[in-house]
Design a protein. Structure first.
Length: 168
């Protein structure tokens, strides 16, 4: 599954780079949380980590840009390859809104844990200059990462991302 998802990411970037308006790199902080639900109890933990990756902006119209990304996300001992597939809507010359699904592959999972993750992502962006950008996004994890989880048991990952990017 990991190889299939990584091949999909490489193919996606290969195809979109043909029509790409901009290619860029980004990095920043990830404020991650893990929620465990078991027998009606909820336990949350939070950790801070980092992310680094690449993105492509494909202008579909004046009011819609498709922005796929491939990010390496590292928090404590939990590493993930994240693939947000975002719709970007310019609100003004500098500000934009981002929203879309996000896929992920957890690296080095423990026995009893799933490695495929998915969720929804939404946020805002600010173009500091033509090349530099600032983004803040929230990723709401939807996948239950417990393998063969009994009813009422789940582990879900979410995260708040803040970072800088550079367009070439």
């Amino acid at each position: 599954m990991k190889k299939l998802l990584l091949c999909f990411a490489v193919a996606l970037f290969g195809l979109t780079s043909i029509n790409a308006q901009n290619f860029g790199l980004k990095a920043g902080a990830d404020f991650a949380s893990m929620k465990l639900k078991a027998d009606g109890d909820n336990v949350s933990t939070s950790e801070t980590g980092f992310y680094i990756g690449a993105f492509v902006e494909v202008e579909v119209s004046d009011s819609f840009i498709f922005q796929p990304e491939v990010l390496y996300v590292s928090v404590e001992e939990l590493d993930q390859i994240a693939i947000p597939l975002l719709a970007k809507f310019p609100v003004s010359e500098e500000f934009n809104i981002l929203a879309g699904p996000a896929l992920g592959v957890l690296l080095d999972t423990e026995p009893g844990a799933k490695s495929f993750n998915f969720g929804l992502e939404a946020g805002i962006g600010y173009d500091i200059t033509e090349n530099f950008l600032l983004e803040a996004r929230y990723n709401m994890g939807l996948a239950n990462l417990l393998e063969d989880a009994p009813s009422g048991y789940s582990i879900k990952l979410s995260g708040f991302f803040v970072g800088l990017g550079y367009r070439f």
